[in-house]
Design a protein around this ligand. Structure first.
Ligand code: GTP
Ligand code: MG
Length: 394
């Protein structure tokens, strides 16, 4: 399976049809007057949010999307047919950026949401339009105008309420398996998870929230170590992060140093993402003798100087996971209520989203700058186009 979350495409709207130059010619009707019809408008290109898609892979194979041209007008006052619009389906969660101006054109966040990305050309006028009392035989028409053409960059981020952050092997996938129906692969080696996956955490009959499992981070990820930081962008739409920490790593490495390294990488990727509420989730408590658990957990919290909420769980045996998701659900519900009712909270949330967006644009700009430089150096190797290929072996 290939997971592609970035793509560059070209969209081209249709040209407007030209107006027609024609005069009525009929038996017994001399000097029949102008009868050239108008052209049709060119078709426009829209992007439409679709929930059946969850990757941008199709855009790797087809990069050019064109709507139909309008047809020219004809004699006998016949207008040309308008070109059909083209609706291109994109996954919900796709940000659309103009590659040339780096303007964010839209954020497709809803199913069925339509975004106009290339406006069709205007129709040309036929000579019937230019008849006047002083000019009964106008030879004037106007041509249709060109349709818009744009280079677009698409970036997809999964839509989730809670994001899981942590070192490889911390137990992130085990946790999402414990609390949702999602079944990402779990194994006792690092980098088991290579692509983000989502799980719906159900609480009661109608209540739920969405959790995102992303590949683990390691120290130096901002310099490209491990899988780098590219998957962190999938956490930028969440409201809450669980920082999952293995309290008893089999290599006896220090959980505190690990947690600090992750926090550092997070800040290097996005200062705004680092401001998102983060809960410390101490995992694998079952590996410690019962009488050592409290002391160990308290020592980690104290050494980290952790101020926020702390949860102790065993994702494997499900201990503490229910309390964790209940608390997250209460917190999310309260947060949504605040944003609906309190103008200040709403403004804060908007500001945060705007800053995340600005950072995403800056990252896109940096990548495009590198790409352009490389093509100027006549080097066609492009590591941004690298996809993660995953083979599932049962
Ligand atoms: N004893 C114990 N083992 C756990 C617990 N949670 C996870 N594990 C084990 O830890 C190993 C790694 O778990 P994963 O869920 O794959 O870890 P991950 O964080 O998703 O790792 P990556 O996908 O590599 O980033 C597996 O062997 C799990 O069975 C736990 O609570 N207790
Ligand atoms: Mg995993």
């Amino acid at each position: 399976m290939q997971f592609v979350d970035e793509a560059s495409i070209i969209v081209a709207a249709g040209k407007g049809g030209n107006g027609c130059l024609s005069f009525r010619r009929e038996k017994y009707v001399p000097k029949g007057g102008p009868d050239g019809g108008d052209g049709g408008h060119g078709g426009s290109v829209y992007l439409v949010g679709d929930d059946s898609l969850n990757t941008l892979i199709d855009f790797k194979y087809q990069r050019f999307y064109a709507a139909e041209n309008g047809r020219p007008g004809q004699g006998r006052q016949m207008s040309g047919r308008a070109g059909s619009d083209l609706a291109v389906k994109v996954p919900v969660g796709t940000t659309v950026i103009d590659e040339d101006t780096l303007e964010v054109i839209a954020d497709v966040t809803e199913i069925g949401q339509q975004v106009l990305v290339a406006q069709g050309g205007r129709r040309g006028l036929g000579n019937i339009h230019f008849k006047s009392s002083t000019n009964r035989a106008p030879r004037r028409t106007t041509p249709g105008t060109e349709g818009e053409r744009r280079n677009l960059r698409l970036e997809m981020k999964v839509m989730a309420d809670v994001g899981l952050l942590g070192l490889p092997n911390a137990g992130k996938s085990t946790l999402i398996r414990a609390v949702s129906a999602a079944k990402p692969k779990v194994a006792d080696y690092p980098f088991t998870t290579l692509v983000p996956s989502l799980g719906v955490v159900k609480l009661g009959m109608h209540e739920h929230f969405v959790m995102a499992d992303v590949p683990g981070l390691i120290e130096g990820a901002s310099d490209g170590a491990g899988l780098g930081l590219r998957f962190l962008k999938h956490l930028t739409r969440t409201r809450l992060l669980f920082h999952v920490v293995d309290v008893a790593p089999f290599d006896e490495s220090d959980p505190v140093a690990a947690a600090e390294a992750i926090a550092h990488e997070l800040g290097a990727f996005s200062p705004t993402l680092a401001e998102l509420p983060r809960w410390l989730v101490l995992n694998k408590l079952d590996l410690l003798p019962e009488d050592e658990r409290d002391a160990k957990a308290e020592a980690i919290v104290a050494r980290l100087g952790w101020q926020g909420p702390v949860f102790r769980i065993s994702a494997l045996s499900n201990e503490g996971t229910d309390a964790l998701v209940q608390a997250a659900h209460r917190w999310l519900t309260e947060q949504r209520r605040l944003e609906n009712e309190d103008e200040e909270a709403a403004a804060q949330a908007r500001d945060m989203r705007a800053r995340m967006e600005a950072e995403a644009v800056a990252r896109a700009e940096a990548r495009l700058g590198r790409k352009r430089k490389r093509s100027a150096d006549d080097d066609d190797f492009d590591d941004d186009d690298y996809d993660v290929e995953v083979e599932y072996v049962e």
